[in-house]
Design a protein around this ligand. Structure first.
Ligand code: ZN
Length: 283
């Protein structure tokens, strides 16, 4: 797997945009182990102690999956506007401006068309660093367009999720995206084209409640946090202790909410194998 033996300097320009911590040592979000940072980078941003996949930038994710990292970017003209004139601790307008400078023409999801193991695909990767990968009108519109383009071009669709859920700064407009993307994915399904959803750490809220769980195959990375409401809210509502490993990928797999958990280093080759079963593209 040549893509995983990339020197760390190849990843450096993108890596700065993730919330992957700086410094010589990093702490694992899952096992709390203290690990030498370079060792994690060399290991495709995976904890060598527990296989937890650290959050990575959308472009790093695409580099790990698309052949030779060659692709066409899609829908990069779509950028958020502040229609509600919303203000919390900051103006939404100012938040968008800041993030658009860090992630130009990208928003919280980046879509590309490229090849995986020689198979043409449309691939979307969410950017957790962009407002927690929250789903606003742009994320919803891009996913709907991606599903429509997949139908037009007769291609499979793959989306890698990493999101805290709906974008509260867009209020009901962000919630409406859940229905819109679900309808677009239903049209993809009617066209008989596969949709593979990859859930990474974290995938929660309105994203879990819509496209992340609608895959023909719902795939997750090990130890990823996946859920709708947070554990504290659930615990306070049902007034019961939650079982160990609750809302982690392995627990959801056991309960039948996921189809497969794949380690990051095996992700591409497993997806290619699955795609070969599901699509019939001329060589
Ligand atoms: Zn760990």
């Amino acid at each position: 797997m040549a893509i995983f033996s990339k020197k760390s300097k190849d990843i450096e320009p993108f890596e700065k945009k993730t919330d992957f911590p700086e410094g010589v040592w990093v702490k694992c979000n899952n096992c709390s182990g203290i690990i030498y940072r370079k060792e994690v980078v060399r290991n495709a941003f995976v904890c060598p102690k527990c296989d937890y996949g650290f959050r990575i930038a959308a472009r790093d994710r695409i580099a790990m999956l698309i052949d030779e990292n060659k692709y066409d970017e899609l829908f990069s003209e779509l950028l958020s506007v502040d229609v509600l004139n919303f203000k919390d601790s900051k103006r939404y307008k100012d938040r968008i401006k800041t993030y658009d400078e860090i992630y130009p023409k990208q928003e919280a999801i980046l879509f590309v068309q490229g090849r995986m193991g020689g198979i043409d695909v449309i691939l979307g990767a969410m950017e957790f660093g962009y407002m927690g990968g929250s789903m606003g009108s742009v994320v919803g519109e891009k996913i709907a367009r991606a599903a429509e383009l997949a139908v037009d071009r007769d291609l499979p669709l793959i989306i890698v999720s990493a999101s805290g859920g709906a974008r509260m700064q867009e209020g009901a407009i962000s919630l409406m995206q859940m229905a819109k993307v679900s309808a677009a994915l239903a049209r993809l399904d009617e066209a008989g084209l596969p949709y593979i959803s990859i859930l990474t750490d974290p995938t929660t809220g309105g994203v879990t409640a819509s496209y992340a769980m609608l895959g023909d195959l719902n795939v997750a990375e090990p130890k990823s946090l996946i859920g709708f409401a947070g554990p504290r809210v659930i615990q306070q509502t049902i007034k019961e202790d939650l079982p160990p490993g609750f809302q982690r990928a392995e627990f959801l797999l056991e309960k039948g909410m996921l189809d497969i958990v794949i380690e990051r280093k095996n992700m591409k080759k497993t997806l290619v194998m699955l795609l070969k079963f599901m699509v019939d593209q001329p060589a």
